[in-house]
Design a protein around this ligand. Structure first.
Ligand code: HEM
Length: 447
C-alpha cells in the first residue's frame, strides 16, 4: 500500500501535452471553481504542457510563502522574460531577488510616499473636474488613463497629458505579455518587443537629462539613480530601466481594476457610500489631505479592504516552480511541477468570512475582524514576494476614494441581470475592455 506522503494530490492531468489548458483558458474562474468543488483546496492539473498544482486557502498559501526560495521559486512565461527583461524583479530569483527588492524598496519608504501624495492629489483633482465636465463617461478606460498618468509622473516625472506617445508604447508593450511569443515582422509579440525597446530608449534619454539637472523631480527614477547597495555600488542603468517598466505594469493595471471595482461596488451599495461620506463629514478635514488625515478614515479603510477581498485585482499569483520535492497536506509535490495560489477563491472561504459573496465592509470592524487568520486576505500576496508597491497602492486608492466621495455622486448605467460580484469580477479577470466598460459605465455629478 502507498503511504499518504507518496500520493500525488487529487485531480487529473487531462490530455497528453495539452492537459486541461483549453478548459482553463475558456473559463479560468469556472475551471478553478469546478475543480475545487470536486477535489478540494489542493489539486493537480496540466496546464500549457506542464504538471501544475493549484493551492487555495490560508493554510496552503502559508505553506508556499514559508518555503518560497527553498521549495518554490518564481518562474515566468517567455513573454514575461523577454518583455520585462532579465533584470526585472518579476524575473530575478534567489539572493539577487532579495537584494534587488531591498534596493527598489527605497522608492516605497514612508518618506518617499509622503512626497507622492502631492502629485497624486493634483492629478486626481484634475480628473475629477474633467469627469464632472463630461457628465457621462465609462469608468474603466477613464481610470486606466488616470492611473497611467500618475504612474508615469511618479515613476519617471513625465506628464502623459502632454506626451501621448508614451501611452501608446505602453499599450502595445503590455498587450504583448498575453500574446503567443512568436516574432515575425508585425506580429503582436514583435510589436511589443519593439515598443519595449522604444520605451527603454525614452528612459535612457530621461536618465541622460537627469545628469544635467540640478534639481531633479522627486520620483522613483530619481530615487533609483541615487540608490546604493550595501557595498556602495549604484544600480546599473539596465536594471533601473527594466524595473521602471515592471513597476509601470505592476502598479497601473492593478490600481485601475481596484478603483473600477470601488466605483462599481459603492454605486451598487448606497448605504456604504452614505456611511463613508458621513465619516468624512465627521472628521471635518481640510481639502488638501495628508497621509495622517487618510489614517483617520477607518471606515473607508474597511470599505477598501472589502473591495480588495471581493474583487482582488490579481486573481491568482504568478507561477512558481517546485525546486525540490516536498510534502503538504499528506501529499507529495514533485520537483519540477508548476504551482500557483488562487487569491479570489482564498477570499471566498466560508470558514473565515460570513457570507463571503456579500459586500460587507463591517466584517473588518474591530469587533468582527474576520481576516484575523493569517493569510486569509492576500490581495497583495505575502512572504518574500509580497507586493512591493502595497503602501503606494493603498495610498493612491484611499486618496482617490476620499476625494471622490467627499464631493461627488455617481450612478451606474446598469446592465440588466448583472449582480455586484459578477460585475466586479469582470473587471479583474482580464476580460476585454469592451466587456468591462459595459458594466462600469457611469455618470458623475457634483454633490
Ligand atoms: C491594488 C493594487 C495592487 C495589487 C492588488 C497588487 C498585488 C500584487 C500581488 C498579489 C503580488 C504578488 C504576486 C505573486 O505572489 O506572484 C504583487 C507583487 C508585486 N507588486 Fe503589486 N499590487 C498592486 C499594486 C502595485 C503597485 C502600485 C506597485 C508599484 C508601483 C506594485 C509592485 C509590485 C511588485 C514590484 C511586485 C513583485 C514583488 C516581488 O516579486 O518581490 N504593485 N502585487
Amino acid at each position: 500500500m502507498t503511504s499518504l506522503a507518496q500520493q500525488l494530490p487529487p485531480g487529473r492531468f487531462g490530455l497528453p501535452v495539452l492537459g486541461e489548458s483549453i478548459a482553463y483558458l475558456r473559463d479560468p474562474a469556472g475551471f478553478i471553481a469546478g475543480r475545487q468543488q470536486q477535489y478540494g483546496n489542493l489539486f493537480k492539473t496540466r496546464l500549457f504542457g506542464r504538471p501544475t498544482l493549484v493551492l487555495i486557502g490560508a493554510e496552503a498559501v502559508r505553506f508556499l510563502f514559508a518555503h518560497e526560495g527553498q521549495h518554490f521559486e518564481m518562474t515566468n512565461t517567455r513573454n514575461f522574460e523577454v518583455l520585462l527583461g532579465k533584470n526585472s524583479i518579476g524575473v530575478v530569483t534567489g539572493g539577487a531577488h532579495q537584494l534587488l527588492r531591498k534596493q527598489l524598496f527605497q522608492a516605497f519608504q514612508p518618506r518617499s510616499l509622503a512626497q507622492y501624495v502631492v502629485t497624486m492629489t493634483t492629478i486626481t483633482q484634475r480628473y475629477l473636474q474633467k469627469w464632472e465636465r463630461l457628465e457621462e463617461f465609462t469608468w474603466y478606460p477613464e481610470l486606466k488613463q488616470y492611473t497611467l498618468e500618475i504612474a508615469y509622473k511618479l515613476l519617471v516625472g513625465v506628464d502623459t497629458a502632454e506626451d501621448e506617445s508614451l501611452k501608446d508604447l505602453y499599450e502595445t508593450w503590455s498587450q504583448g505579455l498575453l500574446t503567443i511569443p512568436i516574432r515575425f515582422p508585425g506580429s503582436p509579440f514583435d510589436r511589443a518587443v519593439r515598443s519595449r525597446q522604444q520605451l527603454l530608449d525614452r528612459f535612457d534619454a530621461l536618465i541622460e537629462q537627469r545628469q544635467h539637472q540640478t534639481v531633479a523631480p522627486h520620483d522613483v527614477l530619481d530615487i533609483l539613480l541615487e540608490a546604493r547597495d550595501e557595498a556602495g555600488a549604484p544600480f546599473s542603468c539596465a536594471a533601473i530601466k527594466d524595473n521602471i517598466l515592471g513597476l509601470l505594469i505592476a502598479g497601473h493595471e492593478t490600481l485601475t481594476s481596484a478603483l473600477t471595482s470601488f466605483c462599481l461596488l459603492l454605486a451598487q451599495h448606497p448605504d456604504v457610500l452614505q456611511t463613508a461620506r458621513a465619516e468624512q463629514e465627521e472628521l471635518g478635514l481640510p481639502s488638501v489631505l495628508t497621509q495622517e488625515h487618510l489614517k483617520q478614515m477607518t471606515y473607508l479603510e474597511q470599505v477598501l479592504k472589502e473591495v480588495l477581498r471581493l474583487a482582488p485585482p490579481v486573481v491568482r499569483s504568478g507561477q512558481r516552480r517546485v525546486l525540490e520535492t516536498c510534502e503538504f497536506g499528506g501529499y507529495t509535490i514533485p520537483q519540477g511541477w508548476d504551482v500557483f495560489y488562487q487569491i479570489s477563491e482564498t477570499h471566498q472561504d466560508a470558514d473565515v468570512y460570513t457570507q463571503p459573496d456579500r459586500f460587507d465592509p463591517q466584517r473588518f470592524a474591530p469587533d468582527r475582524a474576520e481576516d484575523k487568520p493569517p493569510f486569509s486576505h492576500i490581495a497583495f500576496g505575502g512572504g518574500m514576494r509580497e507586493c512591493l508597491g502595497r503602501e503606494f497602492a493603498r495610498l493612491e486608492i484611499k486618496l482617490f476614494a476620499a476625494l471622490l466621495i467627499r464631493d461627488y455622486d455617481w450612478v451606474l448605467f446598469a446592465r440588466a441581470g448583472l449582480d455586484a460580484r459578477r460585475a466586479a469580477l469582470l473587471t479583474t479577470a482580464g476580460w476585454t475592455e469592451g466587456q468591462v466598460s459595459a458594466t462600469a459605465g457611469g455618470m458623475i455629478v457634483s454633490s
